[in-house]
Design a protein around this ligand. Sequence first.
Ligand code: AQP
Length: 332
Amino acid sequence: MNIVLSGVKPTGIPTLGNYLGALKNFVKLQNEMTDYEFFIFIADLHAITIPQDPKELRANIRNLAALYLACGLNKERLTLFIQSEVSAHIEMGNVMQSLSYMGELERMTQFKDKMIKNPNGVTAALFTYPALMAADILLYDAKFVPVGDDQKQHLELTRDLANRFNNRFGDTFQVPEILLTKVGARIKDLQDPSKKMSKSDDSQSKGCIYLLDPLNVIKKKIKSAVTDSEAIVRYDVENKPGISNLMTIYSAITNLSFSEIEKKYEGKGYGDFKGDLAEIVAEEIGKVQEKYNQIINSKELDEILNQGRERATQIATRKIHKIYHKLGIGRF
Ligand code: AQP
């Protein structure tokens, strides 16, 4: 069985960054990779590595499940499940922690970034997060893992852990390949293009587009995005990070290349470009929101999640028993 697997943390309403870097890309890949099964999960165990409000978290989990489906994933070739409902993730997470070294976890840049964002306390689980992520992937012997740029380092660690286990205990895990999103792998904050757009950022932030923002708010945020004083639509990440970020969004939705966009807006100012982009993004997100509204309170959503939980549990339980046997623990 060939599996493509990925997950998103329900730490807030997904952003345009999550959409272009992950969700939209899954749909594209699912259409292209017709002989692969897609396993997609809501990474709620990862979410609690940072304090969450239980009521909001519960709502975010359901919202995220509905948004995955609203983006157009084909239900027939999809196992959609909630991570905490498949207990083998925790069990395998413990195995992966026993295989990881402190030094390699300390090197993870996402951990260092989150430490700065949470100066009042960093949980042990945030530190061991990459071990749980490796567990999520290796439990299913996923062949490909599509992620944005920010997850590359975690994927490399997953590969190291798979190889380490295989070398010590014999061939056990598929060593996964990373599938990087081509355009949109790192969408930046619209007000501060030096940092990535993140769903756990301040929900009042003008720099972050949330998938459930009203369409007029989305348009306003795009029109007020920071640019530069040159007023020429040209892709140059170093010197023109704001407009380059907006061009990335434009390109990821329309499939136009940067040079095609530059040509289209030759002699025009940022106003025209931003006005068009606002409409393009609102139209794209509007379609997602329409489907989301049909799904969010449906019984079908629970049925899909129940089926996903059963299928994932079956595969993951078999795998963890095999791993315990190889390790010599329990009576498997
Ligand atoms: N700005 C982004 N541009 C492109 N892709 C992005 N991803 C996240 N932000 C961007 C991709 O979305 C997927 C899900 O990520 P996640 O929720 O597991 O964790 P994250 O990368 O930490 O995402 P956030 O939005 O920044 O969450 P918080 O604020 O909770 O930390 C991944 O494939 C990621 O690459």
